[in-house]
Ligand binder design. Structure first.
Ligand code: HEM
Ligand SMILES: *[C@@H]1O[C@H](CO)[C@@H](O)[C@H](O)[C@H]1NC(C)=O
Ligand SMILES: *[C@@H]1O[C@H](CO)[C@@H](O)[C@H](O)[C@H]1NC(C)=O
Ligand SMILES: *[C@@H]1O[C@H](CO)[C@@H](O)[C@H](O)[C@H]1NC(C)=O
Length: 341
């Protein structure tokens, strides 16, 4: 009887997946990503997630800019050569690392510091076990949650990169001046859809941008002192005032979401529909007909945003992951093991 049932389900499986299709599916799936699992450290470092969560919580409470910084650092790390902590390597006399590429646009030190602190705590408990890439992925998840965002599962087992060069950055990261076609293309290169891109851009519901990232929209957009007409005029006036001295003081910045800058919610999308997008790459999401329906959906329905953000973050966290001998578990997150022996 049970054999019969087995036969039937086997037959059903063969019908559902003819061999040629099965081969195609297997060749499309990333073999490295398939090796990751939520319980990867269950035996080797059972307290890993708790240790990371404790460090991250303490750091975020003492330095509330940590969360946004980490989220952005994670995004950059994943888009440049995969989620492999290559963005955490420090430059030295022989190598200019990814984090010091011109496109780094001031990745915040607090995010690096969080990973390094968590690593220090983990090395005391289970030395040489937990990769820096996994620490960054988990820290980012915990921080999104602390800001009020959704929980999502992070599969583990990423190895840390064996290389990090500034030269590998250009072309991999989006910038605010890109057209919609260019933005879509940068994400498509990492197998991210337009929906993934719009949902992930919701990360701009927290954190800030420096004035030089949007100054050309507010000060002299048209060569006659005007501003980007898609922006709310009162918003422009406030930004002009805030950024009046930005050329002398490049540290001046504005909140990405002026309504609830420290809260992970869907007001970012509501802002976009009211001309309150800060970066040109934010505003264009509401202007382009390929993305506007999603902006409208997320603005109206935070649950829909959280669901899609969750799916997109899970996907982002698998981009280009390295397993086996394609990487190592670093002893220090800012140095390759070969240099720190
Ligand atoms: C769609 C294309 C995107 C562009 C053009 C873009 C560009 C930027 C720029 C220029 C800044 C300001 C940097 C500064 O002045 O210090 C910024 C900040 C930020 N970005 Fe993006 N970004 C994009 C997508 C994303 C994605 C997908 C994420 C994460 C999932 C993300 C997370 C963040 C966060 C959290 C901040 C605030 C950082 C902080 O406060 O320290 N961005 N982004
Ligand atoms: C970003 O790169 C510049 C050099 O291009 C460097 O001065 C700066 O320290 C880098 N930022 C970080 C956080 O490493
Ligand atoms: C965007 O383009 C404008 C106009 O070409 C330029 O002034 C500005 O520096 C650019 N901004 C960035 C962040 O590349
Ligand atoms: C919001 O989106 C969620 C998830 O897609 C859906 O289940 C729910 O019905 C939506 N709510 C409204 C009011 O449309």
């Amino acid at each position: 009887m049970s054999k019969k049932v087995g036969d039937v389900s086997m037959a059903a499986r063969v019908v559902a997946f003819p061999p040629a299709l099965l081969l195609l599916i297997l060749s499309l799936a990333s073999p490295a990503a398939a090796k990751l699992s939520a319980g990867y450290y269950q035996k080797t470092c059972p307290k890993a997630e708790q240790i990371i969560s404790d460090v991250v919580t303490g750091k975020q409470i003492s330095t509330p800019t940590t969360a946004a910084g980490s989220l952005r650092l994670f995004f950059h790390d994943c888009f440049v050569g995969g989620c492999d902590a290559s963005m955490l390597i420090s430059s030295n006399a022989f190598n200019r690392a990814e984090r010091d590429a011109d496109d780094n646009v001031s990745l915040p030190g607090d995010a690096f510091d969080t990973v390094i602190r968590a690593k220090t705590a983990l090395e005391l408990q289970c030395p040489g076990v937990v990769s820096c890439a996994d620490i960054l992925a988990l820290a980012t998840r915990d921080l999104v949650l602390m800001l009020g965002g959704p929980f999502y599962t992070v599969r583990l087992g990423r190895k840390d990169a064996l290389a990090s060069t500034a030269a590998s950055v250009p072309g991999n990261l989006p910038n605010p001046n890109m057209t919609m076609d260019q933005l879509i293309d940068v994400f498509a290169k990492k197998k991210m859809t337009v929906q993934d891109m719009v949902a992930l851009s919701g990360a701009h519901t927290v954190g800030f941008s420096h004035c030089n990232q949007f100054a050309s929209r507010v000060f002299n957009y048209d060569g006659r002192g005007g501003h980007d007409p898609t922006m709310n005029p009162e918003y422009v006036a406030a930004l002009k005032q805030a950024c009046a001295n930005y050329e002398k003081d490049p540290t001046i910045a504005a909140f990405n979401d002026l309504m609830t800058p420290g809260k992970f919610d869907n007001l970012y999308y509501q802002n976009l529909l009211r001309g309150l997008g800060l970066l040109a790459s934010d505003s264009v999401l509401a202007a382009d007909k390929r993305t506007r329906p999603l902006v409208e959906l997320y603005a109206a329905n935070q649950t829909a945003f959280f669901n899609d953000f969750t799916k997109a973050m899970e996907k982002l966290s698998l981009v280009g992951v390295k397993t086996g001998d394609k990487g190592e578990v670093r002893r220090r997150c800012d140095e390759f093991n070969s240099l720190s022996t």
